[in-house]
Ligand binder design. Sequence first.
Ligand code: DGY
Length: 321
Amino acid sequence: MSKPKVYITRMVDEKYLEAYRDQLDIRMWEKADEPVSRETLYKELADADALFTVLSDAVDEDLLSKAPRLKIVANMAVGYDNIDLEACRKYNVAAANTPDVLSETTADLGFSLMMATARRIVEADAWVKQDKWQSWAPFFFAGTDIYGKTLGIVGMGRIGEAIAKRATGFDMNIQYHNRSRKKEAEEQLHAKYVSFEELLKTSDFVMTVVPHTKETDKLFNQAAFEKMKSSAIFINISRGKVVDEDALANALKTGEIQAAGLDVFEEEPIRADHPLVSLDNTVCIPHIGSASVETRAKMVQLCMDNILAVVSGKEAITPVS
Ligand code: DGY
């Protein structure tokens, strides 16, 4: 009997795939830094049983309609706003993501971005490397303290909780806003539940971890930035589309807020002439929330395990509901 066919939309090192080769016929887009073309995808999907996607692949009705044998889309991300779930249901294709395995790593990144922004690490590094360091002065590269400050986390899922855990070690006051109350986080991490408005008004750091949905689209808009303290630092490690980027750029220019650390953008990849990149009070990084070698290996493995489960007639291990 022939093995189920899997197509992977980005190059993945063979060492992560070899364990699956005796059960699956694996093909792959052989480029790591360039997305697969739509034409190639159409061709590959003509006989594929499973599709392994990354977050920049749009899985829509058009694509699914060209995949007569497809049983599963396994997305190498916890976020799945690139997948049309309605269309998946219509074509009876399961969708899976990679939750849990990336929570701690993504929380590390969120915290790093907060620290880099507050303590002006990137600017200071550039200063030294551009050979501009001449002397020391009392307020030379003086940033903002993190310890003892109030961190407002918007979206208290697994990543939000992992961020709160780190913040307790920095003696931060933790408050959060979420669709539902998280009593355990309140008890164990001393996180205080507040309304969205209260969080915006009273946090020194506002970190967003909410997924992008109809409800969270441009949640951080002009009105939201106007409510924040002028000393507030905004951190986004969720999705760019939860922010109105023009409003954010304006808030940073006019001093409505102090700074922003951004891992994600409305349209990715962004270019160096993007309005948020040219500002001195932003730190911009290229969507690397879960990018540690250990975690990316676990994400690949979970995608492959989800695929193996579904093509063997079982439920996905981590289905998207
Ligand atoms: C995800 O998994 O959704 C993250 O954005 C990846 O870094």
